[in-house]
Design a protein around this ligand. Structure first.
Ligand code: NAD
Length: 279
């Protein structure tokens, strides 16, 4: 077993859902990021990895930190918690983040009104950073989408295409919806009024203000999004393709460090990356 190096100025980061696809990428990212210490991880009760050493998730030698099944223990001892789990678990974690006043970095997608409310409540007591996509590239795509929607006239129809791996459980992806929201904002429209999340059968022609979505699922595709602006005689397409989950893990760890000493509030990755002014 190797000793854990706890530098006093390091940000101690915990990972809830640490044995998931993103959880494992986060554990590996924290272990290789200078200025950060892996403070521990938790999993849902009954998970087969409970009690095993967390470093095994990143194929590293044990560091003496067994995976917990009690998130409260984790929130009590770290500076920040990164959460890519499920909507229900994220709402429970948000309550703990508020109670212990710890930075809560949330990547979970598919959140409903109840979970959004839990996050908002927590953000009155602590810094919460919530983004449907933590990558630098996608956050630039969001800013560009908003900008293009603003400058291109309504002769350009806006459609969004996304593809993910076969195990993704929500659709359209949280990122696709965020892109739709950015496009609606750019056009000064109410997203909920113009969103066409799916089309099937005899749909009739498209309304000019529609923002349409097409969803593909298959294989191990990490995350791909294209925003299409289609006019009569020309088409602009802007795309982002993620090759590895490490890009989201890198962004989430950046957010956890950025959250240190931050006033309570609800933030997103554009705040962390300082690209809000592009909008
Ligand atoms: P996954 O199913 O592989 O991992 C989720 C993990 O959370 C599992 O290990 C599960 O056991 C664990 N979990 C569930 N309930 C829990 C609880 N109560 N306590 C502790 N752990 C619990 O899924 P994934 O592919 O890692 O994605 C997780 C989430 O992150 C999804 O919502 C996905 O859409 C989202 N995601 C966001 C980004 C982003 O950049 N924001 C990027 C990738 C994935």
């Amino acid at each position: 077993m190797v000793a854990i190096q706890n530098f006093p100025n390091d940000v101690s980061i915990g990972v809830v859902g640490c044995a998931g696809r993103m959880g494992r990428a986060l554990v590996a990212q924290i272990l290789r990021t200078p200025g950060c210490t892996l403070g521990g991880g938790s999993e849902r009760i009954g998970h087969e990895m409970i009690g095993l050493d967390i470093a095994l998730l990143a194929h590293e030698a044990p560091i003496g930190l067994p995976i917990l099944d009690d998130p409260e223990e984790l929130f009590a001892k770290v500076d920040a918690v990164i959460d890519f789990t499920s909507p229900r678990a994220t709402a429970e974690h948000a309550a703990l983040a508020g109670r212990y006043r710890k930075t809560h970095v949330i990547g979970t997608t598919g959140l409903g009104a109840h979970e959004e409310r839990a996050i908002l409540e927590a953000s009155e007591k602590t810094a919460v950073i919530h983004s449907a996509n933590m990558s630098v590239g996608v956050n630039l795509l969001l800013a560009l989408t908003r900008h293009l929607s603003e400058v291109l006239d309504s002769g350009f129809d806006i459609e969004i295409l996304e593809m993910h791996h076969r195990n993704k459980i929500d659709a359209p992806s949280g990122t696709a919806l965020a892109l739709g929201r950015a496009a609606a904002e750019g056009r000064g429209l109410d997203f909920e009024q113009v969103k066409k999340a799916a089309r099937n059968g005899i749909t009739g022609p498209r309304n000019s203000s529609d923002i349409g979505f097409a969803v593909l699922r298959g294989g191990n595709v990490v995350c791909e999004h294209t925003v299409i602006f289609a006019a009569e005689n020309e088409r602009i397409e802007i795309s982002h393709k993620a090759g590895d989950r490490a890009i989201f893990a890198e962004g989430a760890v950046k957010a956890a460090v950025w959250g240190r000493g931050r006033s309570p509030g609800l933030y997103n990755m554009q705040d962390v990356l300082g690209i809000k002014q592009l909008n």
